[in-house]
Design a binder for this molecule. Structure first.
Ligand SMILES: Nc1ncnc2c1ncn2[C@@H]1O[C@H](COP(=O)(O)OP(=O)(O)OP(=O)(O)O)[C@@H](O)[C@H]1O
Length: 661
């Protein structure tokens, strides 16, 4: 069995761990077996090895883009080092899902049989004791060899795995080498640890590239090696983060270091450091740590540049580099066309069409029910266009008060009307010059304004109110509506000429109930809502209810509901029926409330009526079961279901007689 004691400065999840305070290997395996049994796994059975649907895997990979990007070159080097040892290198997400694998061809065939491949979940919950799942559960490096595996099917394997930490000490994934049990080598774990540390240092460098970084070690020959300590500070010397070796040398964990500054750790101010650097003329400095140890140090400072992607420093104040960097990372996650593709074929076709006209300035008209993501799509179109660096100006034609809409859209000149700002103001259309103008809810635009808008769009010039001057406007046009414009045109409420000016490419976003990637959308939203932690899961009962709901408010409704449910579920691992809000159940039972909006109301009335009836059945069935469980006690049953007592009383007539106490 491999030695699990830590390497000096090697990957351990906490400073405590890196100082060697760890449970012995056998205890770790025993506890992992207890957890596996508690998850209800049967050691003799072959569990479900089905990988995630490709759309879902693409989403998870996207969420782990930085990790993947920095890990893959290191994985290739590691793979070269272990070539011909009948093994493979695996990278997983923090929840244990395999993101990437590289392997010896002769081992791959056997590995495939136990689903060691991208898209498969190797958490303990899914596969019982195994190096990936157990390393992530314990947040420490673990070797799981042969019969240590909980599932007999996996006992021909030997696996060495260590978690990968972000610069702030949070587990972001795991690196693993798995091979045939007979090919076990005692140095494998050391190689995995060193590789993980390389990945962590790359992530560290990426996240702190605009910060002041100090590289140090007590021995000059260790500078520039994996053993060097790296600590990052804001330009004024506030501590941001430190790699494992820096924490080890300073004798403090990242969280303890957060109370420190450069001055309190190294005994000199930032300006004294800069003076010292000037005098040293590129040579390493000698510094004394707060604990009295003398180290050799180099400093790298890069002038602030545009925002970079990275992790946020917990507790760092607004305005410091990392939170802004984190925002920059969050933005592309939803507002680029390819990230919106989560596996639904209708949506994929829409995105493909949009990608084809990218950069051509063909006006795009987005149709779709409320909450289907029209606004989000418009932003993605802009962000993927050559105009991305210019403004994206969104105008909600339904929400601007009638009296303000002209000045809002076209602007006004100084003194144009009473109360106008003395110096006048450019209109929203003018503000979009060079970028994209998004006209949301275009179907609600007043007919009188439509002629003026059309003129602006045709002449590409705008004349502010009260002005005789014209201003050039060069904008790409995107508009959206949840209304059917054809009947509006027939009634004279929407101008035909404007319609044909706007509808260069018409795309329709599918309603949520039509989408085949519902589970992926749920996962994506939950990941966002549970930022920083493992996303909650839905219980099978909740998933069944969700699949039957018609979601008249589409992704917006789902998002709002999940936001509430996540709060209600607290620290629990999954969202259950009692975490859902009352009105969701009311809606399930009320065919009117879940009736399809205008555009699709007449499309498939029979199918929709049937779906409404099914929903009522499901909700009723849930009530019957809850009442039986609570021996007819309405208050208890209501609590169990997370609904009000009235919701149950309203269904009294449809419940089996004698069920209510
Ligand atoms: N693909 C998606 N993934 C995650 N969240 C989404 C997605 N699409 C939409 N949402 C969320 O749903 C909500 C509604 O989206 P959006 O405002 O783009 O819809 P809309 O179609 O423009 O709605 P409306 O017609 O009512 O203006 C937002 O909170 C958005 O973040």
């Amino acid at each position: 069995m491999a030695d699990l004691s830590p390497l000096p400065g090697g990957p351990q999840s906490t400073l405590h761990a890196s100082l060697g305070v760890q449970a012995p290997h056998d205890d770790v395996i025993r506890q992992a077996h207890h957890r596996s049994a508690a998850f209800g796994l049967d050691a003799h059975e072959r569990p479900d090895f089905a990988p995630l649907a490709p759309g879902w895997l693409a989403t998870v990979r996207e969420e782990n883009r930085l990790l993947y990007q920095h890990a893959s070159p290191v994985m290739e080097t590691l793979h070269e080092q272990i070539a011909n040892t009948h093994s493979m290198v695996l990278l997983t997400s923090r929840s244990g899902l395999i993101l990437h694998s590289l392997g010896d061809a002769d081992f791959l065939e056997r590995a495939t049989k136990v689903a060691l491949m991208p898209g498969v979940d190797w958490s303990e919950r899914s596969k019982g004791t195994n190096a990936v799942g157990t390393a992530l559960a314990e947040e420490r490096a673990v070797v799981v060899h042969g019969r240590d595996h909980y599932l007999h099917a996996n006992q021909f394997l030997t696996c060495s795995c260590t978690p990968i930490l972000d610069p702030y000490g949070k587990v972001v994934g795991a690196l693993d080498v798995t091979g045939d049990e007979r090919s076990y080598h005692q140095h494998t774990m050391a190689l995995v640890r060193m590789s993980a540390q390389m990945i962590e240092n790359r992530l560290f460098a990426h996240a702190t590239q605009d910060s002041m970084r100090l590289y140090f070690h007590a021995r000059a020959e260790f500078l520039g090696t994996l053993m060097e300590g790296i600590a990052a500070f804001t330009p004024d010397g506030r501590f941001l983060c430190a790699n494992r070796s820096a924490q080890f040398q300073l004798g403090l964990s990242n969280s303890a270091l957060r109370a420190h500054t450069f001055a309190s750790l190294f005994g000199l101010s930032v300006s004294q450091l800069h003076d010292g650097l000037r005098q040293a003329a590129g040579q390493p400095l000698s510094l004394c740590l707060h604990n009295g140890v003398t180290v050799v140090a180099q400093v790298r400072v890069r002038p602030a540049k545009s925002l970079v992607q990275g992790w946020a420093a917990p507790g760092a104040s607004a305005g410091a580099a990392p939170p802004a960097a984190a925002m920059a990372q969050a933005r592309p996650a939803l507002s680029r066309l390819r990230y919106l593709n989560t596996g639904d074929p209708q949506l994929a076709a829409v995105l493909q069409k949009l990608q084809r006209v990218q950069g051509s300035d063909i006006p795009v008209m987005i149709l779709g029910e409320t909450g289907t993501g029209k606004d989000l799509l418009a932003q993605a179109i802009h962000n993927d266009s050559p105009r991305a660096a210019r403004p994206f100006v969104s105008i909600n034609c339904a929400s601007i008060p009638e009296t303000l809409i002209e000045s809002e859209l076209f602007g006004y000149e100084e003194g144009a009307f009473t109360g106008a700002r003395r110096r006048g103001a450019p209109g929203r259309i003018q503000q979009a010059h060079g970028g994209t103008l998004f006209l949301d809810e275009i179907g609600d635009m007043l007919i009188q304004l439509q002629a003026r808008l059309l003129r602006v769009l045709q002449e590409r010039r705008v004349t502010p109110l009260g002005s005789s001057k014209e201003y050039e406007v060069d904008v790409a046009l995107v508009c959206a509506t949840n209304k059917n414009l054809k009947p509006l045109m027939a009634q004279g409420l929407f101008r035909e000429d404007l319609y044909y000016r706007l509808n260069g490419l018409v795309v329709r976003l599918p309603a949520l109930r039509e989408r085949t990637d519902f589970d992926v959308v749920v996962h994506k939203i939950l990941t966002k809502l549970c930022s920083g932690g493992t996303p909650l899961r839905l219980s099978p009962q909740v998933l069944a209810l969700f699949h039957r709901c018609r979601w008249p408010g589409n992704v917006r409704q789902l998002h709002n509901l999940l936001r509430t449910a996540v709060v209600m579920a607290g620290a629990g691992p999954c969202i259950d029926i009692e975490h859902l809000p009352d009105d969701f159940f009311d809606e399930l039972q009320d065919p009117d409330a879940s009736a399809a909006p205008q555009q699709t109301a007449s499309a498939e009335p029979a199918r929709e009526a049937a779906a409404g009836a099914r929903l009522q059945d499901v909700a009723l069935q849930a009530m019957v079961e809850a009442l039986r469980q609570c021996h007819g006690n309405v208050s208890q049953a209501a609590r169990l279901l997370g609904v009000s007592r009235n919701t149950i009383y309203r269904k009294k007539d449809r419940l089996p007689p004698g069920l209510l106490s």
